[in-house]
Every structure is written in structure tokens, then in C-alpha cells.
Design a binder for this molecule. Structure first.
Ligand code: CA
Length: 445
């Protein structure tokens, strides 16, 4: 079964020349969505689509009469989609059927392609990306964080529970917990080192103080599009109608607070002080060429029927390459480039996005447009593929040596954590996720 159409055609080039540069994150095959306005302006935030180093201002496009006469934009469904994208959040657009998301993508692809007769109209709606500021792309109603990397779960489990690293339910269901959406911010987020209650193993009682084991988690974020009615479930074969798209997600974590508080009900203050998303949502449709077969090791339990289907086995995985870079204040002061700490791929995930969604709704839980899943820290099978400092520093026991002579076990004040992502495959145009950054400020007194 093919999910590909002409918008994925590697031969397509744009009249926006910056989109045709090799290794550009935003070629015409990508067309991700964000909410933006001109930096330091009082303009209303509105939806935009990235092309090369520019953004198509969808609010401007929606209002432009000239554009309405252009091929593709006269369509009523596309017109309605543009009106939804003109709002300060993308929730209404995300609540529309997947066929509407697809119709707008097809119209934009056609209009931005070389030779398009809409070029002169669309050109008036372009804004340079380096002249804007972003907001969250939608109101995130509910946020669920999963734990789908078995490599992360096993390593971290061994640090917290040496005799019992992987709990017996892990291989039967995608483990998750309900997180807090209010503290999710967009790239560039600055946050204070959290205060919290911790207890050293040899202390008689806990104490309150600034977190000493501050960490990042390299995750993929998944935005839910149109949801399901309460009481209904989403079948694993229908998930593509509900996955709007994906982003980079840094789930900042306070490991010392986590270690003391997490049993029996899971993470609480260790995880709700700040988490950061990249501004762009890469649509599920743009990711189609990078989907892979998903396998479960024959020696492991095979998933129950509601977590299994031929479609999930054929197309369930996404090969999203993820990287983490650290920029310390010393690097910033001496204009050194950020240093790469790790890289891995979402393809190593033990559970698929489809399985997460089918499991989340099997009890009738209703998902709503704008709801958000974190994939859980994506660590690969190799040591250099660990998605957190907790793993890279072996629970704080081994120093991570940086090229400039600095060392880290966990994050220091002034550290800026930068994550980047992209998808690449022979015969297909590479697409990028852009980046997400978050800066650690000292604890508040
Ligand atoms: Ca997490």
C-alpha cells in the first residue's frame, strides 16, 4: 500500500530557491505548519507553512482575493482550511478530517512548485523565518508521555532498580503517564532550575533544594488531529486519520526529585516544570516516505490483537533521526559551536505511534485535536545513542568530557540544550524538523 502522492515527488522543485538547496530542512516536500508573527511586533499570531528560509503566511493567503483565483485555492475545502489556519492556534485546522489537511498540502505544493502560475500571488504572502517569533502551534489540551524505547527503559530501570530493571508489563503495553501541558513551551524556552524534595539513600529524611541532577530527554512529540468520541476507541488501522504530525520534544527532567517521588504513582514534580517543543509540526503525510516495517522480536511476547495489524507491521515505524547538542555558557562566550552529545532514531522504538494511540483509547478515553503524546526518551541500542544525560553519565558516575575541557554529568546553569531532527532516505528528498532549544537559568531563591 502506498501513502505517497505527487507532493512527495523528489523531482519537485520550488520557485522559492532557498527550498532547493541541498540539506535544507524545508524543501517543497516538507511543508510543515507553525504559529508565528513578526518578531517584536504586536501582530496577531497566525498559521504559516515553511518553504526554504521563508514562511507562507496563511492568514494573508486566506484574505488575498488574487490567491482565491489561483488553481487549488478556489476549492471550498481548501478555503475553509485556510480560514482555520488564520487563527492564533491550529486547533480548528487539526480538528478537520485528514482529507482536508491533505487538500491544503496539495494546493500549497502546487502553488509553490516551479512553473506555478500562482507564484506572484503567493510571493506577497512570504515572510522570512529569521524575522519571526513562534508560539505553540496549538493549545495543547492533554499531554501523555510514553516510555517506548526499551533501551532507555532497561538502562534507566537498572539505575533506579538494579535488581528489577524492566517491569513485567513493559512488553505487553505502551507504558505512559498523564503529564502537564501548562509548562510546555516553544523552542527558546528559558526555565529556572527547579526546586524540589529529594532524599539521598543514606539520609534519614528528605530536604528541599535546587535540583542537582537536571537532565534532558530526547523525544519525538506527536500531535493528535481530529479525535474520538468518549467511549469510542481508535482502531490501530485508523490511526493515520488522527495523527496530525510530529515535532522534536525535550522533556526536561529532575532526576533526583524523580528518584524520591516516582513510586508508586509515577513522575510528578520531576517532569512538570518545563518541557519544550520545536515550532514546526511535520505532518504525518510529509513523513510517509520515511515509514518502515515494525517488528517484534520472536522471543518477546507478541502484542495482543488490538495492538497488532498488518498495516502496523508494514508501516508502523518512523525513521526520524534525532540529535542532541549542548551549548555551555563558556562555548557561547567564546563563540564555539555547540557540541553533539548523542544521536539516535525513532525507528528503534519498541512500540509504534499507532499502538500508543490504539492503547490510549481502548478504554474509551477521548482524544481531542491538539492533544499531545511524548514518545518517551529515544535511546538506541548503542552507548552513543543514549537519549538522556542520566544514561550518558551512567547515573552521574561517569563524566561526559566536552572538547573545550569542560565536563558534565548533568546540566549546569547557562547550558542551552539544542535538539535537531531530520528524515533521510535514498531516492527521497530529505526533510528536516528544524530545532528545539531550551536554556537553563539558575534556581530562584
Ligand atoms: Ca519523558
Amino acid at each position: 500500500m502506498s501513502l505517497l502522492n505527487n507532493t512527495h515527488n523528489p523531482e519537485l522543485k520550488s520557485w522559492v530557491e532557498s527550498a532547493n538547496i541541498e540539506d535544507c530542512d524545508f524543501p517543497i516536500q516538507n511543508l510543515p505548519f507553525a504559529i508565528f508573527r513578526r518578531a517584536n511586533s504586536s501582530e496577531k499570531f497566525r498559521g504559516g507553512v515553511a518553504i526554504g528560509d521563508q514562511i507562507v503566511d496563511l492568514a494573508a493567503l486566506s484574505k488575498m482575493e488574487q490567491a482565491q483565483n489561483c488553481d487549488g485555492f478556489s476549492d471550498q475545502v481548501v478555503g475553509q482550511a485556510l480560514i482555520s489556519c488564520s487563527q492564533t492556534t491550529l486547533n480548528d485546522f487539526m480538528a478537520m478530517p485528514a482529507s482536508t489537511w491533505s487538500a491544503l498540502r496539495a494546493a500549497l505544493s502546487k502553488a509553490l512548485a516551479k512553473g506555478s502560475d500562482s507564484a506572484s500571488a503567493i510571493e506577497q504572502c512570504l515572510v522570512y523565518q529569521n524575522e519571526v517569533e513562534f508560539d505553540l502551534p496549538c493549545r495543547i489540551g492533554d499531554y501523555t508521555d510514553f516510555y517506548t524505547s526499551i533501551h532507555h527503559a532497561t538502562t534507566v530501570g537498572a539505575l533506579f532498580r538494579p535488581d528489577n530493571p524492566l517491569l513485567p508489563n513493559y512488553k505487553w503495553l505502551p507504558i505512559g503517564y498523564h503529564g502537564r501541558s501548562s509548562s510546555i513551551g516553544v523552542s527558546g524556552q528559558q526555565f529556572h532550575r527547579p526546586q524540589g524534595q529529594t532524599k539521598a539513600p543514606d539520609a534519614d529524611k528528605p530536604s528541599l533544594g535546587p535540583c542537582k541532577r537536571l537532565d534532558y530527554e530526547m523525544e519525538v512529540g506527536i500531535y493528535i488531529g481530529n479525535g474520538n468520541a468518549m467511549g469510542d476507541k481508535i482502531d490501530i488501522d485508523d490511526v493515520d486519520d488522527h495523527i496530525f504530525g510530529m515535532c522534536l520534544f525535550n522533556d526536561l527532567s529532575a532526576r533526583d526529585i524523580q528518584g524520591w517521588e516516582y513510586q508508586p504513582l509515577g513522575p510528578f514534580l520531576a517532569k512538570n516544570f518545563a518541557s519544550t517543543v520545536s515550532p514546526w509540526i511535520i505532518t504525518n503525510e510529509a513523513l510517509a516516505p520515511f515509514r518502515l516495517a515494525w517488528n517484534r522480536d520472536q522471543a518477546d511476547p507478541q502484542p495482543l490483537d488490538y495492538l497488532s495489524s498488518d498495516r502496523n507491521s508494514d508501516l508502523g515505524s518512523y525513521d526520524v533521526q534525532l540529535e542532541v547538542f549542548l551549548e555551555t555558557s563558556k562555548m557561547r562566550e567564546s563563540a564555539q559551536a555547540p557540541q553533539k552529545l548523542t544521536q539516535s532514531s525513532f525507528r528503534h522504538s519498541y512500540w509504534t505511534v499507532g499502538q500508543m494511540m490504539a492503547h490510549h483509547t481502548v478504554n474509551g478515553c477521548n482524544l481531542v485535536a491538539g492533544d499531545f503524546f511524548g514518545s518517551g526518551t529515544q535511546s538506541g541500542p548503542e552507548q552513543g545513542e543514549a537519549g538522556s544525560m542520566l544514561e550518558l553519565s551512567d547515573g552521574g558516575k561517569r563524566e561526559i568530557k566536552l572538547d573545550n575541557g569542560e565536563v558534565r554529568t548533568f546540566l549546569a546553569d547557562g547550558d542551552n540544550i539544542i535538539m535537531r531532527g531530520h528524515c533521510q532516505k535514498d531516492g527521497v528528498t530529505r526533510i528536516g524538523f528544524g530545532e528545539v532549544s531550551a536554556l537553563v537559568l539558575p534556581a530562584k531563591g
